[in-house]
Design a protein around this ligand. Structure first.
Ligand code: ATP
Ligand code: MG
Length: 420
């Protein structure tokens, strides 16, 4: 598990610009020579500091919609507002300095070093040399690349995942309130993608930017999005709601098609270990005398103990028979702990760990890797049942509210009709 910003005690910059709301108003785009619009009359309110994900079939207009926000593509009609400013007609170059933009191929300039790529926008907006230099180091640090090592390298000397990180660092460098990302992790392998997603979540916890993120991958959407916009052809909005609502209450077959199979399993990605019951577990430490470990194993209600190392981190699972079999040698006894989860891990991660552990449980650790408790299969099953039940009730309530609204409206219409 990588160190988080909180672990290293790093603080967000005091002057960090947090997100601005984005409003799209009847936005349309017709490309010349194409009779049907790529984007047709889209209106959408994106709140300050939220991450909104666009998903939808290929060619439905996701990239076009995204690029209209920073006017890389000029809208044919409609308005765009960012913060309190109508940016539909302002100088697009100026506008783009206030909006970070990251794309699939990372979009780095090959003839510039990593540092020069990151420094691009801060220089353009007139930051002093020393401030730019400092910022480049800070950004590399933020995306988990050692400045000393990567500063002077050229993009071709980086792996795909590293290029992607530099792309994100560059997009964030001038501290824009808005960040647009078009399938930024599309071109990397699943493990690196998972890691980059975790990094983005961590960054967003610190920075609170307004992020609009395009992806093909619904699981990525669930993981990253505060809200997801499922788009049909011409960017018509099929559903725009929280991941929970879309998973449990898709508006129609088009949306369910996107959610795909296994909504219950996907739900696990939306819940964190800290939200379920973390149980106590009897522990000993490597420094405890053999006899007291023996006694604890024999007398306790459990036939198992967790041995912690000198820094209180999970080290070995010890069962009653283990010490006998190892003829009293602690060094040989027990099963090394090979997987732990933090309180911020998803239930999906926890389930994965529990399923691959022969004991059917996983140790939960705190920020410095110290032991805080265990989660087992039973707890996970109960939690998932409760979650799904709660989702179902919310969906029913939502339905009732809608029906009530409809009844009220009809009554009003009838009253209006009677009065006329
Ligand atoms: N420069 C262009 N000129 C003409 N038509 C274009 C242009 N760019 C995109 N289009 C068309 O507009 C529609 C929307 O394209 P867009 O790139 O926004 O889709 P998308 O949802 O991002 O697709 P994908 O998931 O494949 O990236 C498509 O039908 C595409 O062919
Ligand atoms: Mg696209």
């Amino acid at each position: 598990m990588s160190e988080t910003a909180a672990d290293t005690g790093r603080q967000p910059a005091a002057d960090a610009a947090s997100g601005a709301p984005i409003q799209l108003e009847n936005l349309s785009k017709r490309y010349p020579g194409n009779p049907s619009p790529a984007v047709d009359n889209v209106s959408m309110d994106i709140r300050a500091g939220e991450t909104v994900i666009f998903v939808g079939p290929s060619g439905c207009g996701k990239s076009t919609t995204l690029k209209m926000i920073n006017r890389l593509i000029e809208p044919t009609s409609g308005r765009i507002r960012i913060g309190d400013e109508d940016v539909t007609d302002i100088d697009p170059v100026k506008l783009r300095r206030k909006i970070g933009y990251a794309i699939q191929s990372s979009g780095l300039f090959p003839h510039m070093t990593v540092a020069e790529n990151i420094a691009l926008v801060p220089k353009m907006v007139g930051w002093s040399k020393s401030r730019v230099k400092e910022r480049v180091e800070e950004m590399l640090d933020l995306v988990g690349l050692d400045p000393r090592e990567f500063h002077g390298r050229y993009p071709r000397a980086l792996s795909g995942g590293q290029q992607q990180r530099v792309g994100v660092a560059r997009a964030l460098a001038a501290d824009p309130p808005v960040l647009l990302m078009d399938e930024p992790f599309g071109a990397v392998d699943p493990i690196t993608r998972d890691h980059l997603q975790d990094e983005l979540i961590r960054l967003q916890h610190e920075l609170h930017k307004t992020i609009v993120f395009v992806t093909h991958d619904f699981d990525e959407a669930i993981k990253l999005g505060d809200r997801i916009a499922v788009l049909r052809e011409h960017s018509h909005i099929a559903q725009f709601d929280t991941p929970e609502a879309i998973l449990t209450n898709p508006t129609d077959d088009f949306v369910s098609g996107f959610v795909g199979a296994g909504a219950a399993l996907k739900r696990l990605n939306l819940t964190r270990v800290r939200e379920v019951e973390i149980a106590d577990f009897p522990t000993v430490t490597v420094d405890d005398p053999l006899q007291s470990i023996f006694n604890k194993l024999r007398s306790g209600p459990h036939n198992e103990l967790l041995m912690l190392d000198r820094r209180n981190r999970p080290y070995k699972w010890l069962r009653r028979g283990d010490l006998m079999r190892a003829r009293g040698s602690l060094a040989r006894a027990g099963q090394l702990v090979h997987d732990t989860v933090t309180r911020d891990a998803t239930l999906h991660d926890a389930l994965e760990a529990v399923l691959t552990d022969s004991g059917g449980r996983v140790a939960v650790t705190g920020r410095r890797g110290e032991f805080t408790g265990v989660v087992d299969m039973h707890t996970l099953m109960n939690s998932v049942h409760e979650l799904l039940e709660a989702d179902r009730l919310t969906a029913i309530e939502h339905q009732h509210d809608l029906e009530e609204l409809r009844v009220q409206q009809t009554a009003q219409e009838q009253e209006g009709g009677a009065g006329a």
